[in-house]
Structure formats: structure tokens, C-alpha cells
Design a binder for this molecule. Structure first.
Ligand SMILES: [Zn+2]
Length: 273
């Protein structure tokens, strides 16, 4: 499943290739994605792409009077191709911009192509899918003080807190384990028991982990291909993720695997007390 770093890598890959260009045509070959592609999307030709932003794992293509919202779901990928490139089986959506196009391929069809009008002045942030999302981890809004304040009311394990997108967005299973190892915090520790110093370390660790993954081109568990067609290699460098029984990269103690919220957690029992 594409995670925040893959989506950010995709954003950086496509933004310079479509920003400032006029939409010349739209092709919706399969409207039955996670939600039905709305009629408004069919009529986007003539608008100019002003920029490409990201909120959590949603890509927001600013078209002036509204915003095209794209989500890659479980298996989606976006590519820039020459206009007119013949579609293959799972190529459900094209945004054509003169001599090139942005193409969504999504074999499992859990992705989304939606439209948010900005006529109300509220912008895409008010869209029902985006309105209740937590803090953006790479923004300044996430720091030790904010994390400390947010965790006070939560008895749940810090790993589960981190993965709850109503609190902090975009920290998936891999990145939660990796960040907690980097911050030397036991993933089972109740969120509200974290000290101010631990929260400061964790906020920093989350940013460092996500930035490292973005640099590596996004990690790849399944069939994600970055917008330039290069597989990421973050996972090969993981500190603890899927390394149970292997030596901790910091202290050589064997990494342990446990299950939290039906997901595997990997941690070092010596470094993360
Ligand atoms: Zn260790």
C-alpha cells in the first residue's frame, strides 16, 4: 500500500510536470473506484493546474475553482506519459495536459478520483475525507510540545496512537515501528505516560524516518512504482521492520516481533525500554 513517503515522492515527481499546464482532456475509463468518479471530473478540460499539494495520503491538484483529489488506495500508481499512450487494463483515469498526461493505474480499484469545489471558499480542507485528519507529521505543527499535549488523554499504546490518522496522519505500520526504535521508546508504552523528552525525541524521529523514506524513493512492499518508475529501497535499510531475530542495528540484541492492533510491531527489547 502506498504510504505517505510514496505519495510525497509521487507528488514531487508529478508537480513540476503538470503545474502551469492547461488540461486539454479527461478520460475516465472506469468510474467505479473506491467511490464513483463524480460527473464534475469529466468536465475539467480548459482549466489550468495551479499546483499539486498533499494532505495525508491525498494528492490535491489545484485547478483554481476547485481541487481534484487523488488517492492511490491499495495498489494505485500515477505516471506521466506522452499523450495518446494506449491504456492498459487497469489504467482507469487520464488527465491530459497538451503533449503529456497524468495516468492513474489501479488494479484493485481502492483508489479515488474526487472533486472539491472551492466556490464556498473553504477549499479542499473542508472535504469530508480531509476534515477530520490529524496533524501533518512533516509540518511544523508536529513537535514535542504538541505531541505531549495530544497524548495526555490516551491510554492506548504509543504505537497505536501514532498510527491513528485522527491524531497524526501518514504514519503507517512500518514507519511507526521505525520511528519508535529511532526514539528508543517501547511501542507498548501507554501514550499518556510518555515524558516531554520522549515526545520531543519521537516527534523528531517520525520526521527523520519519513524524510529518510522519501529520500530512498519511498518504500515498496507491493507493487508501488514511483512516478518515474523506480522502486524504492527504504525497506532494505529498515532498522527493525521485519527483522525479528536479527541483531538490532544499534546494540545487536535480537529484534523482537509482537502483535498490536492485529499488526506486527518490531522493536529492540534492550534499546526501547
Ligand atoms: Zn537495540
Amino acid at each position: 500500500m502506498p504510504e505517505l513517503p510514496e505519495v510525497e515522492v509521487t507528488r514531487r515527481g508529478i508537480a513540476p510536470k503538470i503545474a502551469g499546464r492547461r488540461i486539454s482532456a479527461v478520460a475516465v475509463r472506469e468510474p467505479r473506484l473506491r467511490w464513483r468518479v463524480p460527473e464534475a471530473v469529466h468536465g475539467l478540460a480548459g482549466r489550468t493546474v495551479l499546483g499539486v499539494a498533499r494532505r495525508a495520503k491525498y494528492l490535491l491538484i489545484d485547478c483554481g475553482d476547485g481541487c481534484l483529489i487523488l488517492h492511490l488506495g491499495m495498489s494505485g500508481s500515477l505516471r506521466i506519459l506522452p499523450a495518446g499512450t494506449a491504456p492498459e487494463k487497469h489504467d482507469h483515469f487520464d488527465l491530459v495536459l497538451g503533449d503529456r498526461m497524468l495516468r492513474l493505474r489501479d488494479p484493485r480499484r481502492f483508489g479515488a478520483v474526487l472533486w472539491a469545489e472551492s466556490a464556498s471558499g473553504a477549499g479542499p480542507a473542508a472535504h469530508p475525507l480531509l476534515a477530520h485528519l490529524g496533524i501533518e507529521p512533516l509540518s511544523r505543527a508536529l513537535d514535542g510540545r504538541r505531541l505531549h499535549a495530544l497524548t495526555r488523554a490516551h491510554r492506548s499504546a504509543i504505537k497505536l496512537f501514532l498510527m491513528d490518522s485522527r491524531r497524526v496522519v501518514g504514519v503507517g505500520n512500518i514507519y511507526a515501528s521505525e520511528s519508535l526504535h529511532r526514539a528508543r521508546i517501547d511501542p507498548r508504552k501507554p501514550a499518556r505516560r510518555l515524558t516531554a523528552a520522549e515526545c520531543a525525541r519521537l516527534a523528531r524521529a517520525v520526521k527523520e524516518t519519513l524524510r529518510a523514506a522519501i529520500r530512498a524513493g519511498g518504500s515498496s512492499l507491493r507493487d508501488f512504482v514511483g512516478s518515474d518508475g523506480v522502486y524504492g529501497c527504504f525497506q532494505a535499510r529498515a532498522r527493525v521492520y521485519e527483522r525479528d531475530g536479527l541483531p538490532c542495528r544499534r546494540c545487536a540484541t535480537p529484534v523482537r516481533r509482537i502483535v498490536q492492533g492485529q499488526r506486527s510491531t518490531y522493536y529492540c527489547p534492550a534499546c526501547q525500554r
